[in-house]
Design a protein around this ligand. Structure first.
Ligand SMILES: Nc1ncnc2c1ncn2[C@@H]1O[C@H](COP(=O)(O)OP(=O)(O)OP(=O)(O)O)[C@@H](O)[C@H]1O
Length: 617
């Protein structure tokens, strides 16, 4: 499921070999030199691909990392250090890593444009330092000694292609790991990443470190190409133009890195031939990049998404044909839950408390937002092997309860215990890894992921295809290859629930998972959720407004009103309690199965966005 695409890799390798044969044999020395420039720029583009394209961090200082690589290579060359050029290249890349991590540290607290300003500041400082201090060897005119095998420009082109290819394969493998996929999730929502147990800090620092390493290698290659480098080779203008190009093209896709490299090399030549100032090229990319930023998607992402969606639509049509018109039967005709798969084959991954024992125990929980007391001394227990409902009118404090228990709201009073152990001091990502997963009222899933990939992120481990298929079938999601971009909002919520369950946590806290579903789909989901503890070994705390769903899923219900628990106990008894109906529905005369999202205005409470602080992971 997460293996590297063999066909694309074989085609890519074939093209690389063809270029290595054709370029030195067929092109004049001028064009060979330009081809080297394109490949070296392509290497540096790959560093933008990691930090800007995948992790979504606005880094404007990749050329400064490249300068560090070049500096190390030239320094080692000047002192005739042992090991030769290839070792120096590696050391140049490694030397950029601690600087990348240091620049990444502010990124743990700062985002977006503010972070761009910090990286810009570093690039400007590096520019100043390089202007004052020459690169080693420039005053002695000691040019970099290339390896004898790659001494000529034709041969050096081959070396550059080898380095580019090795990095591209390494990144393709990395992108399929949890770390690589976590970058995509970070780009879309740090909260969602933390809820999946991803350490936001570690992922961001890793992105900075790896991108700095690649840029450092690129800088070292440039030093080998030019023999001697000067500060203007790593100017701010260059950095900005490459950044703009990265936004526009999307160098996290291999074709984007190649196109970026080629355009970077050719643009300078075209400007030269047209006798136009070089900065004009950078400005042109800058303008185009603004359009890319506005649309939120790079050119290569757009092309890839269209291709993938076309293929997935075919797959969806096939599934529709296979299942026939039964799927489009009226909502009322929906039968009792009939999962299309064989009964549970996958045992729970995390050991859970014995059935009936408290798995999640919350005591005396009080949360204040200024003068608003969102939760007031709330006690709630989720016994192992059960589905517990948490209901109440809009603004009662349900989402705040989930956010607090999962660590997204700090500074609360009370105690939260998971499997008998206090977790109050833990960050959201650590709580998630301990076995507490949550979904959000507003689902944010990176649209470029397939459902399989999203489940893998949620699971936090390699997921067998059969296991992923079982989960998707169980929750009624389309086939796993279908990209999230063409999945409707209601199904994305189900996918989110499936991803939470895929982790086999001790408890999954689901915040209105049925929003966007029809009444029949919602009822079906309720019946499915009721099976989850036995089938997947996961207990559930369910926040919902749909009383039919709550009846179908929950054995116990706790009712909140203005942050207070007003009732708690077996579902039917609680839902028929006149005090609950009065509080929840506004009148005891209204039947309990009327959807309860209507009278929220009676409380005068705010609804909507997730009331949480930024994750502290
Ligand atoms: N970040 C915040 N700052 C200030 N007040 C907040 C914040 N988050 C929540 N509140 C308030 O806390 C109370 C509980 O809100 P919460 O969103 O938890 O209710 P809810 O029961 O989940 O509502 P809904 O059913 O509409 O989702 C509300 O009065 C809300 O306005």
């Amino acid at each position: 499921m997460s293996a590297i695409n063999v066909r694309s890799t074989a085609i890519g390798l074939g093209l690389a070999v063809a270029a290595c044969v054709a370029v030195p044999a067929l092109l004049s020395s001028y064009w060979i030199y330009l081809a080297i420039t394109a490949v070296v720029s392509g290497v540096i583009m790959q560093s933008y691909g990691v930090i800007v394209g995948r992790a979504g961090v606005m880094s404007l200082c990749q050329w400064s990392f490249a300068a560090i690589g070049a500096w190390v290579v030239m320094r080692l060359n000047l002192s005739d250090a042992p090991g030769g050029f290839l070792l120096w290249l590696l050391l140049g890349g490694l030397a950029a890593v601690p600087v990348g991590v240091a620049i990444g540290l502010p990124a743990l607290r700062i985002r977006g444009v503010n972070l761009a300003v910090i990286t810009f500041g570093f690039a400007v400082s590096a520019d100043l330092v390089l202007n004052v201090n020459q690169f080693p060897g420039t005053s002695e005119l000691k040019t970099v000694a290339r390896p004898s095998m790659f001494a000529t420009n034709g041969r050096y082109f081959i070396l550059a292609v080898i380095v580019f290819t090795v990095l591209a394969i390494g990144l393709a493998l990395l992108n399929r790991t949890r770390l690589g996929m976590s970058w995509l999730e970070l780009r879309h929502s740090e909260r969602a990443a933390a809820a999946h147990g991803i350490s936001v800090a570690r992922s961001k620092l890793a992105a900075f470190a790896i991108s700095a390493f690649i840029a450092g290698i690129g800088g070292g290659l440039l030093a080998g190409q030019l023999g001697l480098v000067v500060s203007s080779n790593f100017s701010m203008g260059q950095s900005l133009a490459m950044f703009a190009m990265a936004i526009l093209i999307g160098p996290h896709n291999i074709e984007g890195a190649i196109m970026g490299g080629v355009m970077g090399a050719i643009m300078a030549t075209i400007m030269d031939k047209l006798k136009l100032p070089q900065d004009l090229g950078g400005m042109l990319f800058g303008v185009l990049a603004i359009f890319a930023l506005r649309s939120g998607i790079s050119q290569t992402d757009m092309v890839r998404a269209r291709k993938r969606e076309r293929a997935a639509r075919g797959l969806l049509d096939k599934v529709k044909d296979a299942t026939g018109p039964a799927d489009s039967a009226p909502a009322e005709a929906t039968p009792a839950v009939t999962p299309a798969v064989t009964p549970a084959v996958t045992p729970a991954v995390t050991p859970v408390a014995a059935a009936g024992e408290p798995c999640l125990a919350v005591r005396d929980l009080t949360v204040r937002f200024g003068k608003v007391v969102a939760l007031d001394s709330v006690d709630l227990t989720v016994p192992a092997g059960s589905v517990v409902g948490l209901i109440g009118p809009n603004g009662a404090g349900k989402s705040t309860f989930i956010a607090t228990v999962t660590g997204f709201v700090s500074g609360y009073e009370g105690a939260v215990e998971l499997d008998g152990r206090p977790i109050d001091k833990l960050t959201p990502s650590v709580r998630a890894r301990r076995g507490l997963r949550r979904t959000f009222q507003t689902t944010v899933i990176a649209p470029e992921l397939t459902q399989y990939e999203y489940l893998t992120i949620g699971a936090g481990r390699r997921l067998a295809k059969a296991e992923a298929d079982e989960l998707l079938d169980f929750f009624g999601c389309p086939p796993g290859e279908v990209p999230v971009s063409i999945v409707d909002v209601g199904t994305r919520r189900l996918l989110d629930v499936a991803a939470a369950i895929a982790a086999r946590p001790k408890v999954a806290l689901l915040d209105e998972p049925a929003a966007g579903q029809s009444a029949a789909e919602s009822l079906l989901l309720g019946r499915r959720l009721a099976q989850v503890p036995e089938r997947f070994g996961v207990s559930i705390l369910l926040v919902e407004h749909d009383m039919e769903l709550v009846r179908a899923a929950c054995s116990q219900v706790t009712v909140l009103d203005f942050g207070h628990v007003i009732a708690s106990g077996p579902t039917e008894a609680v839902l028929e309690d006149p005090a609950v109906m009065a509080a929840y529905l506004g009148t005891a005369d209204v039947p309990a199965d009327v959807p309860a999202d209507v009278p929220g205005a009676e409380t005068g409470a705010e609804t909507g966005a997730e009331p949480v602080a930024e994750p502290t992971a």
